[in-house]
Design a protein around this ligand. Structure first.
Ligand code: HEM
Length: 139
């Protein structure tokens, strides 16, 4: 007879008991993901002009937001208030072109990350749909 608690033998139950934030190793994962993403943004002729000269505050906000979204501490809300991402992106002209560049770079950054295949899949699905919601230009 096994001496393991039932939940540790049931992988689906184990998954539902942990957050993606915990599985990928916490805050550092998101800081590094955003760092890799921004390296790409910096040399992207479509995206770079949309971003402000100093990229550091945006990096920190995006990393905090993602960590919070995936189950980490609510540091984004503490610093910035309710995310309201659509509203916060109105001042940037985002068409399908901008969306596609953004998603392309973020998916590259996710695929280069040490997350498990299931977690990579969840992150990719999330970024694809979240970015589509932010399109605010009819082209
Ligand atoms: C669709 C393409 C997107 C474009 C062109 C875009 C562009 C931008 C820009 C220019 C900023 C300002 C950065 C700064 O002030 O330094 C920003 C901020 C931000 N973006 Fe995006 N973004 C996109 C998609 C997304 C997606 C999909 C997410 C979330 C999954 C996201 C989350 C954020 C967050 C959390 C901030 C910081 C907001 C704040 O606290 O001020 N963005 N974005």
């Amino acid at each position: 007879m096994s001496h393991e608690p039932p939940s540790s033998r049931d992988s689906s139950e184990q998954r539902s008991n942990s957050t993606l934030y915990e599985r990928v190793g916490g805050e550092a994962y998101f800081v590094e993901l955003v760092e890799r993403f921004y390296v790409r943004v910096e040399s992207d002729p479509v995206l770079r002009p949309i971003y402000p000269p100093n990229l550091e505050p945006g990096k920190a906000n995006l990393a905090a937001f993602l960590a919070q979204y995936w189950g980490g501490p609510p540091n984004y809300n503490t610093r910035r208030g309710h995310p309201r991402l659509r509203m916060r992106h109105f001042r940037f002209a985002i068409g399908t072109r901008e969306r596609d560049h953004w998603v392309h770079h973020m998916l590259d950054a996710v695929r280069e990350s040490p997350a498990s295949p299931d977690d990579v899949e969840a992150l990719i699905a999330y970024f694809e749909q979240a970015a589509t919601v932010l399109i605010n230009q009819p082209r």
